[in-house]
Design a binder for this molecule. Sequence first.
Ligand code: PLP
Length: 260
Amino acid sequence: MISKALTIAGSDSGGGAGIQADLKTFQELSVYGMSALTAVTAQNTLGVQGVYPLTLEAIIQQLDSIGLDLKPDAVKTGMLFNSDIIRIVAEKIQQYSWRNLVVDPVMVAKGGSTLLQQEAVQSLINHLLPLALVTTPNIPEAEMITNRSITTIDDRKEAAKLIHAMGSNYVVLKGGHDTSTTAVVDLLYDGHEFIFMESQRVQTRHTHGTGCTYSAAVTAELAKGKTVPEATHIAKAFIQAAIEDELGIGAGHGPTNHFA
Ligand code: PLP
């Protein structure tokens, strides 16, 4: 039987991030992909030109359609946009007892467009993090969630501990936004120990959708029955290859290579 994964996220018309990145990654990792859209964005490699959240009714109906028939082995959330959407997504995840939840706390696109309203960060903390098996913030997202600035490695460890205390069983704090070193250091915390995952920084502007792709790879591997440490190590290798082998699409910040 094929493993099945569900992404609850926004659409990127440019195909580099959001549900498009998630579904391509699921497929590449041999997992059957399903999607529930929360919002549609008009977007290309130059930026985000429009954001259109779907009605709550449309989101609820998609989740019910999936929940009443298809049983995802793992689920990820991406762009959720506002607190009402977060609340109903959390409700449906509980109603259908969906396990192996990966929360990618998407907040702002690289070009600066808001993908999660400021006031919704607290809803994410209250409703979604307690359900998460894994949460995958980058440094700015971890700063928003913990409400403190992160500069040192000790700050990162402290932030991971705080996010773990909010209810996420595992925290993967991604280090890509710290450009002060030639290595990218991601931190995996399970409530007991810290595992550091290091890779060589690639000098490229084609990193659109890296966060979505990374968390989708973790989700796909969890769907196949891998443990969280196994899934994150596989995802780290997958995203590194996807960044190294650039596609050269578009005139702006191009997408990572989902074929990698
Ligand atoms: N658009 C959508 C719909 C997304 O879900 C995401 C994910 O983070 C982004 C854009 C952000 O892409 P970028 O990697 O350019 O920040």
